[in-house]
Design a binder for this molecule. Structure first.
Ligand code: BGC
Ligand code: CA
Length: 445
């Protein structure tokens, strides 16, 4: 117990110091040529007029236009190593996501605390083993990997190799003999219980779509048919899959189910026994996604309306995001949503109040943005993220073309970036985190 509290404290100190160094460095190191002009006293109307003209006459090369990656961070899908070539494609390239490790730790802690607080009733078959099953989103997605590790770490079921917890799906492990996970143990009220990951698998459908909710629904049906009495807890890398399992089995069987994303339907389900979820502050991420583009297009300091209030009063505080200048990445911070606080999270598509002020159309004229969602069927992106983007695009005077992919083939999306010259900026959500070059290649032509 003590150890965990220390780990949490250390993590928050780390987040704070990151936040501290980030706001300073974002001011000093992110100065682009356009910003330098503005700083030299060129009046801002002039700067934007010039920018508009440049876009209209096609003067800004596509490779120099603002670019934001979001939700899938350019990185090696096997090692997780960041793709800095893609992240620093030009002076106005950024990534917007959320702090995966902080969120993963929160998710793990939320599940552990639920078990501890409900120890008298949780062991459904009374065998002294707290059994859980885990739905994995995408074995090559760094956020999915972090969540699998976070749960295994908190429950003591992870096996470390080279300082990292193995995030490989365990398959079936009802007898505890797996070499990928191990039995954990927790002691509550003087009694020791075994914690076992009974089964886990990547929820990928036959066509190749990952984070697939329908696949998760099928999996829980299969698992519960053969060892349903041993399943005391259901955990999922996201709410899309979590809700599918909840609706297929755990709701009727009163088995607490935990997800991630705080989609509205999952938050509502907490009243019906869904165990809890994590808000990755999509309201802040969606804002940042479009705000960095707006700032770059306006030729103002990238921190405008982020760490530094803009003229409309939009500003974020460092308890909701961190900026890592080396990684050129903005990360929203996560919040646990449980029976205690879910009333505050019932609508996941409400914009974040401190950054909900309309920008003036005269000083921030309309610009065209090409934006894609890797999978139009992804619950989080379609039910939470995109509705938020559609509210912020109005507030920020951006005209956004939303392109929905099939979740499987990158070319299905890149084919629809046929004429990048029509747009002033780009927001990209790749199918696979390794595939950044498929997009930057098109912009470099
Ligand atoms: C979300 C998942 C989503 C995935 C898509 C994650 O951040 O939590 O729900 O499916 O992004 O890339
Ligand atoms: Ca049991």
């Amino acid at each position: 117990m003590k150890k965990r509290i220390f780990a949490l404290a250390a993590a928050s100190v780390m987040a704070m110091s990151l936040a501290g160094c980030s706001s300073g460095s974002s001011n000093s190191t992110e100065t682009t040529a356009a910003q330098a002009d503005a700083a030299e006293g060129a009046d801002s109307a002039e700067t934007t007029a010039a920018a508009t003209e440049a876009a209209a006459t096609g003067e800004v090369a596509n490779k120099d236009k603002p670019l934001v990656w979001f939700n899938r961070q350019p990185s090696n899908s096997s090692t997780g190593e960041l793709d800095m070539t893609a992240l620093s494609f030009n002076d106005n390239t950024y990534y917007v996501g959320f702090d995966a490790n902080q969120g993963a730790e929160l998710q793990g802690t939320m599940v552990l605390e639920y078990i501890q607080n409900n120890i008298d009733t949780i062991d459904r078959n009374g065998d002294g083993i707290i059994g859980y099953v885990l739905a994995i989103g995408d074995i090559g997605h760094n956020d999915s990997i972090a969540r699998t590790r976070g749960v295994r770490r908190a429950l003591g079921t992870g096996i470390e190799a080279n300082g990292e917890i193995d995030s490989t799906p365990a398959g079936t492990n009802t007898d505890g003999s797996s070499s990928i996970v191990q039995d954990g143990s927790i002691e509550v009220n003087g009694k020791t219980y075994v914690v076992r990951e009974l089964a886990s698998q990547e929820m990928k459908n036959s066509a190749g779509a990952t984070w697939d909710a329908a696949t998760a629904g099928n999996a829980i049906n299969t698992w519960s048919a053969s060892f349903g009495d041993s399943i005391d807890v259901v955990v999922s890398n996201n709410d899309g899959m979590g809700m599918s399992m909840f609706n297929a089995w755990s709701k009727d069987n009163q088995v607490p189910t935990f997800g991630y994303d705080a989609n509205s339907d999952a938050v509502a389900a907490i009243a019906e026994g869904y165990g809890g979820t994590i808000s990755q502050h999509a309201d802040v991420q969606a804002y940042l996604t479009l705000r960095v583009l707006r700032n770059a297009l306006d030729g103002v300091d990238i921190d405008t309306g982020i760490g530094t209030a803009d003229e409309a009063g939009n500003v974020l505080t460092d308890d909701v995001y961190v900026y890592n200048a080396d990684e050129r990445s903005y990360y929203a911070l996560n919040v646990a949503v449980t029976a205690e606080n879910y009333q505050d999270f019932t609508d996941s598509t409400v914009t974040y109040a401190p950054v909900s002020n309309q920008l003036d159309a005269a000083s921030h004229p309309t610009k065209k943005v090409w934006l894609n969602i890797y999978n139009a069927a992804d619950n989080f992106l379609s039910a939470t993220y995109q509705p938020l983007l559609q509210k912020y695009d109005d507030l920020l005077n951006l005209e956004v073309d939303y392109i929905g992919g099939d979740g499987q083939t990158e070319s299905n999306i890149t084919n629809r970036l046929g004429n990048p010259s029509q747009y002033d900026a780009f927001a990209i959500n790749m199918v696979k985190t390794d595939n950044a070059a498929s997009y930057t290649g098109l912009l470099s032509q």
